[in-house]
Design a binder for this molecule. Structure first.
Ligand code: ZN
Length: 218
């Protein structure tokens, strides 16, 4: 039914669109001036630094296309499968999220990994949605595995769907952009009322804390 598979150009454009729209929002001072975490703007140096923020989209589109050749059933996914949504959520919470957390920790703990790879991501003075995409090839490959596990795992189980591929990948991008947008989108009172939410949403305040911490320790 879905001929082009998850490597389709539509997904690539939508993913870029999510980042561009979040970036526009993070610069709309008339909307978010009072909820900005850092008041300063992005300077030319940072724009140059993050110029190739979209490289990971090209890499993951290529990996997605290769996956379609290796697993031809990915080219013939149904539009929707409810069981697949449940299966993907279980794999996300049980495998992808812990793996993402563990790998991120390793990138900080190991001096070599931090100085040669992850420091680039933390070198942007003002976090923004494009900062989310500004990382090294090794980190992009790790993230490709993290995103790929629920999508491919669910499809191998026979519950895959085109909606799941689009929905999961775009939600992943959406939440990463939210975490890097330098605006307190979800008020901190909400986290005080629902403490568990803290573990589900990576907040811009947390992102800022980590960046300032590592810029100081350099
Ligand atoms: Zn980090």
């Amino acid at each position: 039914m879905y001929e082009e598979g998850p490597g389709g150009i539509e997904l690539w454009i939508l993913r870029g669109g999510v980042h561009v729209l979040w970036s526009s929002y993070s610069h709309m001072l008339f909307l978010n001036r009072n909820r900005r975490i850092l008041q300063q703007g992005v300077d030319f140096k940072q724009i140059d630094l993050e110029w190739d923020w979209d490289n990971f989209l090209i890499l993951q589109a290529l990996v997605g296309s290769m996956a379609c050749y290796v697993f031809p059933f990915l080219q013939d996914l149904p539009l929707w499968n409810m069981k697949g949504v449940v299966a993907a959520m279980i794999q996300h919470v049980g495998v992808s999220e812990p793996l993402y957390y563990w790998m991120h920790r390793k990138f900080h703990e190991h001096h070599f990994l931090f100085t040669h790879y992850h420091s680039l991501h933390h070198s942007s003075p003002v976090p923004g949605p494009f900062t989310a995409g500004n990382a090294t090839l090794l980190e992009h490959l790790v993230l490709t595995v993290v995103i790929g596990i629920p999508v491919l795992g669910t499809s191998i189980m026979g519950y895959g769907s085109a909606s799941l591929v689009y929905g999961y990948v775009l939600t992943f991008d959406f939440l990463r952009c939210l975490g890097h947008c330098n605006v307190e989108v979800v008020p901190h009172e909400t986290f005080e009322r629902f403490p568990l939410l803290r573990y589900l949403i990576f907040t811009p305040i947390l992102s800022r804390l980590m960046t300032s911490l590592f810029q100081r320790s350099e």
